[in-house]
Design a protein around this ligand. Structure first.
Ligand code: FAD
Length: 385
């Protein structure tokens, strides 16, 4: 991928945003278990960062996805994963389908203010009984006049307690089978019947808010539908391409920073009369991990190039997300090991990295789901699999 001066400008803008608006507050937000999404999103929106790849008509930059990848990479420099993930939900998880397939009035009402940073969005796919198997979601939107009346609930929703709207995958029919009976519908979160049941206590990503939400006969106009009725599963699978590319890209700098911190720590920490880093097994291992990160970067960039060229990159995006999750665990674990006892302390950055990156192998489709997709596209699934 060739980067231009424009890419560099965006890289620097995001880096400054992270250094000025996120990192100084990170320890406090991690402690409090949440961050002020509206305040932070407004600042990001004012810098034009929430709609880099979205149409100009709704306030976006109408840039190609390479700019989105640059932004994700720089968000990785945040000293905790939570705020970056919350921003990624807004830019790459709950808005791609709306931007591509939403009606103009729907984009006026929800996309434009999301890009401006005036509202916070969230993506509602997972349910208590349906995470990996997206086709088995049970939330149902029944038609009543011009409205949908929605009943059910969503689980593990990032931005859930603060969001103003949700892009929700719901069933709109009992017919057509699980891949043809679903629709993406925008649910305003202040609507009567939306119940934020609880904020969930997570192992990592402490400063992002993760919630369980119920819908008790929530009435929304049918014009809140994104695309055609019954197209929801397909549109969500398309939307997942950006989510998965983003999830891989955001790991790159985060892991590189983790390795750099490990180099700095092990260089000054002495054992047996020399620095820990001077042991060949240690600096070789770190070099090996740096090489793996560059390989992941190459995969992310290749997928991005093809995506910009209009190709379906489900296979490569799934591979990138799989590799990112596995590598992130390996790097975080390897680095923590070289911190010794200090690595096991809750407050050290390396233990935060270890806890935060664990999500990458689970959220947005677990590793095994990525493997199933890859096998399906490679034609190696057993019959009926
Ligand atoms: C912090 C956090 C934030 C999240 N944010 C969101 C969000 O904003 N919106 C949203 O919709 N969801 C969100 N999720 C949910 C996330 O996408 C799901 O947790 C994920 O898809 C896995 O679903 P599950 O937890 O139900 O796991 P399950 O489906 O119960 O699977 C459990 C495990 O079984 C294994 N497994 C599953 N299927 C197979 C298979 N076919 N073969 C072999 N092994 C298999 C995998 O290892 C998997 O991890 C979030 C989750 C977390 C933890």
């Amino acid at each position: 991928m060739i980067f231009t001066e424009e890419h560099e400008m965006i890289r620097q803008t995001v880096a400054k945003f992270v250094d000025r608006e996120l990192n100084p507050h990170i320890d406090q937000w991690e402690e409090e278990g949440s961050f002020p999404a509206h305040e932070v999103f407004k600042k990001a929106g004012d810098l034009g960062l929430l709609g880099l790849t979205k149409p100009e008509r709704w306030g976006g930059g109408e840039l190609d996805y390479s700019y989105g990848v640059v932004m994700a990479e720089e968000l990785g420099r945040c000293r905790a994963g939570g705020p970056g993930m919350a921003i990624g939900v807004q830019t790459d998880m709950c808005t791609p389908a709306l931007a591509r397939f939403g009606s103009d009035p729907l984009r006026d009402e929800f996309l434009a203010p999301s890009i401006a940073g005036d509202v916070v969005g969230c993506i509602g796919v997972s349910e208590t009984g349906a995470g990996s198997d997206v086709s088995s979601v049970e939330t149902f939107a029944r038609k009543d006049g011009d409205d949908y009346v929605i009943r059910g609930g969503k689980m593990w929703i990032t931005n859930g307690t603060q969001a103003d709207w949700m892009c929700a995958l719901v069933n709109t029919s009992d017919e057509g089978g699980p891949h043809r009976n679903k629709t993406l519908v925008i649910i305003p979160m202040k609507e009567k019947g939306v119940v934020i049941e609880r904020k969930l206590d997570t192992l990592g990503m402490r400063s992002s808010d993760t919630a369980q939400i119920f819908f008790e006969d929530v009435r929304v106009p049918q014009r809140h539908r994104i695309g055609e009725e019954g197209e929801g599963f397909r549109l969500q699978m398309l939307q997942f391409q950006e989510e998965r590319l983003w999830s891989a890209a955001v790991q790159l700098k985060r892991l590189e920073d983790g390795i750099q911190e490990t180099i700095d720590y092990t260089r000054q920490r002495k054992a047996f009369g020399r620095s820990i880093l001077d042991n060949q097994v240690v600096h070789f291992r770190l070099a090996e991990m740096q090489t793996e990160i560059e390989a992941l970067r190459a995969l992310v960039y290749r997928a991005t190039e093809l995506y910009i060229g209009g190709k379906d990159v489900t296979r490569l995006a799934s591979m990138a997300k799989l590799k990112a999750g596995r590598l992130a665990r390996e790097v975080a674990d390897g680095c923590l090991q070289y911190f010794g006892g200090m690595g096991f302390m809750w407050e050290t950055p390396i233990s935060r990295l270890y806890r935060d990156v664990r999500l990458c192998s689970i959220g947005g489709g677990a590793d095994e789901v990525m493997l199933s997709i890859i096998c399906k596209l490679e034609g190696t699934l057993p019959r009926g699999g």
